[in-house]
Design a protein around this ligand. Structure first.
Ligand SMILES: Cc1ncc(COP(=O)(O)O)c(C=O)c1O
Length: 442
């Protein structure tokens, strides 16, 4: 247990202390999101005090009606009784291909767009293929920080991975760093999210081109996780067919697989629906080593009828109708999905300022020479306190955030804050609590 000079904390000191002790969590830096959620729920219940909850990336907005209405209508038509086709609903595949053209400015045939049970399943289904397509390429390279569950997926599949924190390798410096891993010849897959969970860095076109060049040189597949599609609000990516477009590695390589999630961009997390978009060239490529696991050595065929089939035999029928309708509405320009989620950026701007005003530092703060965007996440640290200690201390002040330690970041002093559950009505409380924290620790 850490020592406290002040026990007059905003949340009852003795209750927090006993709940932390009961939880058995000895190192908060290694605590998972769900463990923290459980602990804070218990403290909230025991103290009847509401926390400023920044630990979990749950969408905090209402899903668009066009999606829920389409899903309800599909259910009323009775789709629930029928298995969906594993390759996905034609309408959804078609609208995904249009979406790729209109918002990424890339051409992908509709057959190569595959619905999955969220991007979480999209990732595991893809790893099953990309990491087993060549016996000599058995390792994934994570451009970190990243989404911890994808490493968990590697562990449960018995797959190898390497990782580095991109913090010191932005811009041209990324090239040599990637070369140092990829030239060894064992890397099958490169993965990153853009915008990035947890740091909210966004790769520039220079960096995406470097990633693509290295992938082309060593025949590596790039998995680009677009869970936060279009949510770098510094640019307006909301107009169909009109530049600027969401930056993507797909502009520079044919070795791409994109993960598009409905969870954050469409606030549709509960229905667990996303799509995997495979490049036309890659989809039809043969990899003889796939035959060890699948009936076909063709990447796309193995993905649908081998990987997605064995995981869940496709994605929920009604949710596919919902996503098809949402894509159709944004493709037609009748619904602006980015306008709906822009609020996250406004919240982040205020929250970051409150942290900085009270002695905190923003950890990941730049994209090359541009200040970072305000969006779904930001990262912060306090003086030279370790991340583990900071999480624990903040609990006494009614604030909860996640350690960067579990995300592959070298900045173990930092925490990730998610803005989605913090409404404008909580900003004053957050400011006051941070102020008391700073006074107590100065
Ligand atoms: C980077 C990243 N990828 C994937 C996911 C999961 O997406 P889905 O809800 O579609 O499974 C998340 C969710 O937080 C994420 O942050």
């Amino acid at each position: 247990m850490i020592d406290f000079k002040h026990t007059d904390t905003p949340i009852d000191f003795e209750i927090v202390r006993s709940k932390v002790s009961e939880s058995g969590l000895t190192d908060m830096g290694k605590t998972t999101i769900r463990e923290l959620v459980r602990l804070v729920n218990k403290i909230e219940k025991a103290t009847s005090k509401k926390f400023v909850r920044m630990e979990m990336g749950v969408p905090g907005l209402t899903p668009p009606e066009v999606g829920t209405n389409a899903e309800i209508a599909a259910l009323k038509r009775g789709v629930a009784s029928k298995y969906p086709m594993i390759e996905g609903l034609e309408e959804l595949k078609f609208e995904t291909s249009r979406f790729a053209k209109l918002f990424l400015d890339i051409d992908v045939t509709f057959e190569h767009c595959i619905p999955t049970v969220g991007s979480m399943q999209g990732a595991i289904a893809t790893f099953l293929i990309t990491c087993r397509r060549d016996v000599n390429k058995d390792t994934t390279l994570f451009i970190d920080p990243g989404f911890p569950v994808q490493k968990q997926q590697h562990r449960v599949l018995g797959l190898k991975y390497e990782t580095f924190d991109v913090y010191n390798y932005r811009g041209e410096k990324l090239k040599d760093k990637l070369e140092s891993y990829c030239s060894k010849g064992n890397i099958s897959t490169l993965i990153y999210s853009n915008p990035n969970n947890p740091s909210w860095i966004c790769f520039t076109d220079t960096e995406l081109r470097i990633i693509a060049d290295v992938a082309n040189k060593y025949d590596i597949i790039v998995m680009e996780d677009l869970a936060y599609f279009g949510m770098d609000f510094r640019s307006d990516y909301s107009k169909p067919g009109v530049p600027p477009f969401q930056p993507t590695v797909a502009k520079y390589t044919d070795n791409f697989i994109l993960l598009i999630s409905s969870s954050k961009a469409f606030s549709y997390a509960g229905q667990r629906i996303g799509v995997v978009v495979i490049s036309d060239k890659l989809f039809d490529r043969s990899f003889p080593d796939l035959k060890r696991f699948f009936v076909s050595d063709k990447l796309g065929y193995a993905m649908i009828y081998g990987s997605v089939y064995s995981l869940s035999a496709g994605a929920a029928h009604s949710a596919q109708y919902a996503l098809a309708a949402m894509f159709e509405a944004v493709n037609d320009g009748s619904y602006n999905f980015i306008e709906d989620v822009k609020e996250y950026g406004e919240r982040a701007k205020i929250m970051k300022q409150l942290f900085v005003n009270n002695g905190f530092t923003i950890v990941y703060d730049k994209d090359e020479d541009l200040p970072l965007a305000d969006g779904f996440y930001f990262t912060f640290s306090y003086k030279n306190m370790s991340g583990s200690e900071l999480i624990e201390r903040l609990l006494y002040y009614g604030i909860c955030a996640l350690s960067l330690e579990i995300t592959g970041s070298e900045h173990t002093e930092g925490l990730r804050a998610c803005v989605s559950q913090v409404g404008f009505d909580q900003m004053e409380t957050l400011g006051k609590r941070l102020q008391i924290f700073n006074e107590h620790h100065s």
